[in-house]
Ligand binder design. Structure first.
Ligand code: BDR
Ligand code: CA
Length: 307
């Protein structure tokens, strides 16, 4: 699978990166950064650090700094730490000069290899929306779009109805859901991701098998699990973004509801995702059930292949 990760790293984003990097059937060709869990400057820096620390050749591009229309929400430093990697300070990161934006990169790469690239978008949808606005054929040029975001029946995680990625840019998600395309779109949201827990014992197991990557993930995971302990009462975290990449390559671990979607873009429910009856919208596949234990096991088996 030729993969581009659109991401706001972020603890579970970093977990997803290490999965994609280690997977023998995934060719991670690019990382596009976006504001969300952190500022875009931190997301871009963290993306560079991830590639540099693993000796990866994936392209890295700086993406959107702000949402399409709403006033930006502050970064989720209370979830992912002040710079995105919990309490861990990664220090100085060398950032090579680069003028191409994330949206321009996405458009160019998809147009150069029509039907070949899977885009896994695990932050706000702003870069994806900007790519669609720049090139109406962008979605058609992808092999598949897999999104971590939203919630159909499970309620929200930032407000009672809104999931964080879509709440941070509801108009961008609306651009995606209102653009007709034949390309398969998977939406992996809170209906399934809040069923997939990862515990201290899982991080310890990973760190034992993969001291460098697993040790790093265990370290950054502490801050993230402290946040979820406050919310759920248990010292654990959810594999939100990881679920999206695993859904892309192991869809049999999930069941999907095929439906059209629309976003609530104002009012109290801003950021909420709803079923739509509008016939012009593409039918997307929303993950509704998951084999949680199998996803957790799959994650560890692949991520442990890192050094
Ligand atoms: C999403 O928001 C962020 O906190 C995570 O990285 C994930 O992409 C979950 O709602
Ligand atoms: Ca994310």
């Amino acid at each position: 699978m030729k993969l581009i990760l659109d991401t706001d790293p972020g603890v579970d984003d970093a977990m997803t990166y290490f999965y994609a990097h280690a997977h023998s059937a995934i060719d991670l060709i690019g990382i596009t950064s976006v504001f969300g869990n952190v500022t875009v400057d931190n997301a871009y820096r963290n993306a560079h650090w991830l590639t540099q620390t693993t000796g990866a050749t994936a392209d890295v591009r700086r993406g959107a700094e702000t949402p399409l229309q709403i006033t930006p929400n502050p970064p989720s430093d209370y979830v992912h730490g002040p710079t995105g990697f919990g309490d861990v300070d990664i220090g100085e990161v060398a950032i090579p000069p680069q003028d191409e934006t994330a949206a321009a990169y996405l458009v160019r790469m998809a147009a150069a290899s029509p039907g070949e690239i899977t885009l896994c978008a695990i932050g706000p949808m702003t870069n994806v929306a900007r790519a669609i606005q720049a090139d109406p054929a962008f979605l058609d040029n992808l092999k598949q779009l897999v999104i971590m975001g939203g919630s159909l029946d499970a309620g929200g995680n930032v407000t009672t109805q809104a999931e964080a990625n879509f709440w941070n840019d509801p108009h961008a998600a609306e651009v995606v859901f209102s653009t007709p395309t034949e390309t398969e779109i998977l939406v992996v949201g809170l209906d399934v991701t809040t069923l997939i827990s990862f515990y201290q014992a899982d991080f310890d197991e990973l760190a034992a098998q993969s001291p460098k990557a697993g040790g790093f993930l265990r370290d950054i995971g502490q801050f993230y699990m402290r946040f979820y302990e406050e919310v759920t009462g248990t010292y654990q975290c959810y594999l939100h973004d990881v679920a999206a990449i695993i859904a892309a390559e192991q869809p049999a671990l999930f069941t999907f509801e095929d439906t059209r979607l629309q976003m609530v873009c104002d009012g109290d429910a801003i950021g909420a995702m709803r079923r739509s009856q509008e016939p012009d919208r593409p039918i997307v596949r929303v993950a509704m059930t998951v084999q949680s234990e199998a996803v957790r096991t799959q994650y560890k088996a692949v991520a442990a292949q890192n050094p």
